[in-house]
Design a binder for this molecule. Structure first.
Ligand code: GDP
Length: 459
């Protein structure tokens, strides 16, 4: 891969800690000018891998701070280049002065994600590991952090490498069979190829499952609470979030805008939106609220359609309540019917499934049946909390695994139906490319740019 000289050879600097005031802040520098910069800022050269407590100077030899400097000599550093970290007092002005002095010594400001990008380009990390750094920092739950760490330590990449190795082995075997068609044994008719291929398909599916779980931990689910005014939508948001986020009143039409809360159920993040009651709007503000509600419904992963069980006896055709207010051409997301206010009807809380349709009976106000609802939300996306070995995965990884799986399936049917060795070999090659995209061994430069630019500066 060829990269512009400015990307590979310049020395970069950035604040590695969050901006603002703190006890300590860290400025990180990477590149071939690091030793010169160290001498200028510290007034002397320092030995690698030791913490040196020293004054920091600007280019006019004026002291600007006093702190710890650690030098990591290439290739034994995060980026694989010479790196120095200055740990100074965490004030924005002090840090700005330090960075300005480092810039004056010939460094330039790092772009977002540039340290990780260099680590990737210098083979210190593969792409999935580099992405896991960002995911570890952004993780919203303990489960998400643990799975990001698993990806960062290379567990996900190792599984991908093992699969790639199996694909290559099979591909070599199949290609040999094509190249030597006169051999007495017909390699392709042999069960061995079909068996190996089904084993690879099974391994890939297991990896895909773990990646899907990891992706759920990262992305979560968008849940929209909808229904007629006074059905108990705001009460349900409050019951799920455990907070009084939404105003609950007996006056219909109280929620006029969309309120949202982020909660997590055993690590599964849920972005919950409470919307204005669906009815003929009383005034223009309510009308806008209803339009916004329909917008949210469009993009939801799931709608919780709340009905007042003490008034509405209809069970499964209640979805019509929504369709009355949503243009017919919009495809509705899957709906779970919530029969609220079971304390008034005397029904026990329950969770029932009829075909594809789910109906949960609960009382938002009395907090009855909320555990069943939480369980249901985990179940509909197949989330298994406590599942060990989940990797943090992104949509990009799932796409690559899904495409790899399709190629393997096509190869398998071609083998079974017509012993088409050439097609199988080609499909195996495409599978290998898809898998290599995950670790970055087969990636377009613009993809790399896109991935690293979404990181924050200093990473
Ligand atoms: P929304 O307009 O759909 O958001 O409904 P609210 O959450 O504001 O609730 C409307 C009214 O129904 C309020 O007086 C709530 O106290 C009441 N309510 C909500 N859930 C329940 C419930 O489970 N049982 C009972 N008895 N009342 C409820």
């Amino acid at each position: 891969m060829t990269l512009p000289e400015s990307t590979t050879h310049s020395t970069i600097v950035a604040l590695a800690t969050p901006p603002g005031k703190g006890g300590v802040a860290v400025v990180r520098v990477s590149g071939d000018k690091v030793t010169d910069i160290a001498e200028q800022i510290l007034g002397k050269s320092i030995s690698p891998r030791h913490a040196h407590y020293l004054p920091f100077f600007d280019t006019n030899k004026q002291q600007l701070d006093q702190g710890v400097a650690i030098y990591f000599k290439e290739p034994h550093s995060f980026t694989g280049e010479d790196v120095i970290e200055f740990q100074g007092h965490g004030g924005p002005v002090v840090m700005d002065l330090l960075i300005e002095s480092i810039l004056a010594c010939g460094a330039r400001m790092a772009r977002p994600g540039e340290f990780s990008e260099r680590a990737f380009l210098n083979d210190k990390l593969d792409l999935a590991q580099a992405e896991a750094i960002a995911d570890l920092i952004d993780s919203g739950s303990q489960q998400a952090a643990r799975s990001a760490l698993r990806s960062l330590s290379g567990e996900f990449s190792n599984c991908v490498h093992q699969l790639v190795a199996k694909v290559i082995e099979l591909r070599m075997y199949v290609e040999a069979a094509i190249d030597f068609p006169d051999e007495e044994i017909d390699f392709l008719a042999d069960d061995k190829v079909a068996n190996q291929l089904s084993q690879i398909i099974e391994d890939l599916n297991q990896l895909l499952f773990k990646a899907q779980q990891g992706s759920l931990l990262r992305e979560g689910m968008k849940i929209v609470i909808a229904g007629k005014p006074n059905a108990g939508k705001s009460s349900l948001l409050n019951a799920l979030s455990g907070k009084e986020s939404a105003i609950v009143t007996e006056i219909a039409g109280t929620t006029r805008d969309v309120l949202s809360e982020q909660i997590n159920i055993d690590g599964l993040p849920l972005h919950i939106f409470d919307t204005a009651g669906l009815r003929e709007a009383g005034d223009v503000v309510e009308q806008i609220g209803i339009e916004r509600a329909t917008q949210e419904i469009r993009t939801a992963d799931r709608v919780l359609l709340v009905v007042d069980a003490s008034e509405d006896q209809v069970f499964f055709d209640i979805a019509e309540q929504i369709t009355q207010f949503i243009p017919a051409d919009i495809q509705l997301p899957p709906i779970t019917i919530i029969r609220n206010k079971c304390d008034l009807t005397g029904d026990e809380p329950s969770s029932v499934q009829v075909g594809e349709q789910f109906c949960i009976t609960l009382s938002a106000k009395q907090q009855l049946g909320i555990t069943e609802l939480r369980q249901h939300l985990k179940q509909i996306v197949g989330y298994q909390s406590g599942e060990s070995g989940i990797f943090m995965a992104r949509r990009r990884h799932l796409d690559a695994l899904e495409r790899a799986s399709e190629h393997l399936q096509t190869g398998y049917s071609q083998l079974i139906q017509s012993a088409a060795g050439e097609i199988l070999a080609e499909e195996l090659k495409l599978t290998q490319n898809c898998l290599n995209e995950i670790t970055g061994e087969f990636s377009a430069d613009d993809l790399l740019g896109k991935i690293f630019s979404s990181f924050c500066i200093g990473k």
